[in-house]
Design a protein around this ligand. Structure first.
Ligand SMILES: NC(=O)c1ccc[n+]([C@@H]2O[C@H](COP(=O)([O-])OP(=O)(O)OC[C@H]3O[C@@H](n4cnc5c(N)ncnc54)[C@H](O)[C@@H]3O)[C@@H](O)[C@H]2O)c1
Length: 337
């Protein structure tokens, strides 16, 4: 079987998940190189993934490593120049969300993708590759709820990981661009329309570190779409019960809900606390299958010369909306896009 030789750059929380999947879960891919800015990431690659070609510098990896493709999982502000450098070096590119932290960066990435139409480029909006979200999209296309006109979205990181989230927040580009961008992408996808205006608020009630970092612990936003549809989003960094992602799509002939209760599994514990189902605990747990599926799609596309459904333009559009949402929160005004 022909295999795609893949290098991963960035070995933090999610980089390790992607690298592991390429090494052990994607049959037609081979993890041939890793680049990490930190010694711990390089040790992990050697010890757990059996990779010998480990580089501290990205440009060195691009120049020397034996690879056809790069998976970019670095800090968000690094994505666009790394996309450009990899495409210009002749590699296929998978990049984590957000595409960039400002629109000028995203346009550079767009130009690089357009310069290399024979290379596959994919953006990591993995929820589209989760089986429940993919099923919901299919049902909408089949007309199961008529015309969708309202999306209600909740996305909360778990309080159990709040110290890690606080560390990460300083370079995350803010709650709306970093966390809300998944919901922003889903709204555009489900409603089949683009945002024209947004109003938003942010607040910090429990962990002052979010405010001190210039960010918010909780965000709420309302969006209006070109076709008249609407959307409401609630994002948070410290859900006491676990990792909580929930989406509801309302249409003229029905409603679709995904993960209305973010259950860990089908087990229920009956004890002094009552009858309880545990909540899913983290993003790698909730979206384990989606992370595998999206990389499988990327590898298949690169080997077969196809382009995937999540494009560089989805990255720019969602970044524009995430940026406008942050601006709406910071200025207290409705922002028109
Ligand atoms: N799709 C999702 O559900 C999801 C979930 C988490 C994170 N992400 C995205 O993945 C990216 C990484 O997030 P994370 O949580 O793993 O962050 P992290 O801070 O844990 O890891 C980022 C890693 O990148 C490394 N790095 C930064 N610049 C580098 C460079 N120039 N060369 C080599 N290494 C470099 C850092 O040393 C760090 O180890 C972010 O863009 C984030 O938005 C997506």
């Amino acid at each position: 079987m022909r295999k795609l030789r893949v290098g991963v750059v960035g070995m933090g929380r999610l980089g390790k998940v992607h690298a592991w999947n390429i090494a052990y879960q994607i049959p037609n891919a081979e993890l041939t190189a890793v680049c990490s800015g930190r010694a711990e990431g390089m040790d992990y690659a050697r010890r757990e993934l059996g990779v010998e070609a480990v580089y501290p510098d990205y440009r060195e990896m691009l120049a020397k490593a034996d690879m056809d493709a790069v998976v970019i999982v670095t800090t968000s502000s690094e994505h666009c120049w790394q996309i450009e450098a990899a495409l210009d070096a002749g590699k296929h590119v998978f990049c984590e969300k957000p595409l960039g932290v400002d629109v000028a960066q995203c346009k550079l990435a767009e130009a690089a993708v357009e310069r290399h139409p024979d290379r596959t480029f994919m953006l990591g909006f993995m929820r589209r590759y989760d089986k429940s979200y993919a099923y919901a999209k299919k049902k909408i296309e089949e007309g199961a709820i008529g015309t969708p006109y309202l999306v209600k979205a909740t996305g909360m990181d778990p309080e159990s990981a709040v110290q890690e989230t606080l560390r990460y927040t300083k370079t995350s580009s803010g709650i709306f661009l970093d966390l809300g961008i998944h919901d922003i992408d889903l709204m555009r996808w489900f409603l089949g329309s683009e945002v024209t205006e947004v109003y938003a608020m942010g607040a910090t009630f429990k962990y002052p570190g979010f405010r001190e970092a210039g960010d918010a612990e909780t965000g709420a936003a309302m969006f209006k779409f070109e076709n008249g549809a609407m959307s409401m989003m609630h994002v948070g960094r410290a859900a006491p019960h676990g990792y909580h992602v929930e989406t509801e799509i309302v249409g003229t002939d029905g409603i679709l809900r995904i993960s209305a209760v973010p259950e860990k599994n089908l087990a229920m514990v009956y004890n002094v606390n009552g009858a309880c189902t545990e909540c899913v605990g983290s993003f790698p747990e909730r979206f384990a299958e989606a992370y595998r599926n999206e990389l499988q799609e990327f590898v298949d596309c690169a080997l077969k010369g196809r382009q995937p459904g999540t494009t560089v333009y989805d990255g720019t559009k969602s970044t524009i909306i995430g940026y406008a949402t942050t601006e709406a929160w910071k200025t207290g005004k409705i922002v028109r896009i």
